[in-house]
Design a protein around this ligand. Structure first.
Ligand code: DC
Length: 216
């Protein structure tokens, strides 16, 4: 097992970009677990499963399915779905299906395996609490609701996806509520994670803050 830097936080707090850049600086691999949840949800949605599907139906559909995150891209049974998982709709399904036990159990091992052969920076909602409770270093990135909605809005615009600021705010609120209130592995701040409020910080400042805390 390599060293793990675990980073959690709500959507739009800047986790992905920060984690990827920290990993690059340190020569660690980067694991975007949201991408895994998005890919698994995309598959379940394609197979016509819904929020009302039984645990057994979810489990058997995922059995034998391969979801892999490699060098910044995510593959679903060999298909590169990196673009398809980035729509607001895919984010919605990821948030819905990630509340289900069968989905979390399925991805638990995929995430643990990612740390078997080297050092990683893993970001998500339960990296510091459930998947890597013994991580080498832990961080919790947060930001105001408006700040996170603004980031989400800009990210989607850059990808050419039409969204209004109101829709981005609604999306962030709805997902926060679901991700932090679900019964299994809800988003919460681990006591031993360093809390960083990124609202008034540039990405470079957040990265510098993490890198300097690693040296201590
Ligand atoms: O970080 P993201 O927006 O790509 O994540 C999409 C959804 O996946 C998010 O709403 C909650 C879920 N998720 C999760 O439950 N646990 C993780 N470790 C990562 C993501």
């Amino acid at each position: 097992m390599g060293r793990v830097i675990a980073i959690d936080g709500p959507s739009g707090a800047g986790k992905s970009t920060v984690s990827r850049r920290v990993a690059e600086c340190l020569g660690f691999s980067f694991l975007d677990t949201g991408a895994l949840y998005r890919a698994a949800a995309l598959y379940l949605h394609r197979k016509r499963l819904t929020a009302d599907s039984s645990e057994e139906a979810l489990r058997s559909t995922l059995e034998g399915t391969e979801v892999v995150f490699r060098k910044g891209s995510v593959f679903l049974n060999g298909e590169d779905v990196s673009g398809a998982i980035r729509t607001p709709e895919a984010g919605h399904y990821a948030s819905v299906f990630s509340a289900r036990k069968a989905v979390r159990e399925y991805l638990f091992q995929v995430q643990r395996d990612a740390a078997l052969h080297g050092d990683i920076v893993a970001e998500g909602r339960d990296m510091t609490t459930v998947v890597f409770p013994d991580a080498w270093k832990k961080f919790y990135l947060d930001a105001s609701e408006d700040g996170r909605a603004w980031r989400r809005y800009q990210q989607l615009k850059e990808k050419g996806i039409e969204i209004s600021m109101e829709e981005a705010l609604r999306d962030v609120r709805e997902r926060d509520l679901r991700d932090s209130q679900r019964d299994i592995a809800p988003l919460r701040r681990a006591e031993d994670a360093l809390y960083i409020d990124t609202t008034n910080m540039s990405l470079d400042e957040v990265i510098a803050c993490i890198l300097s805390s690693l040296k201590q």
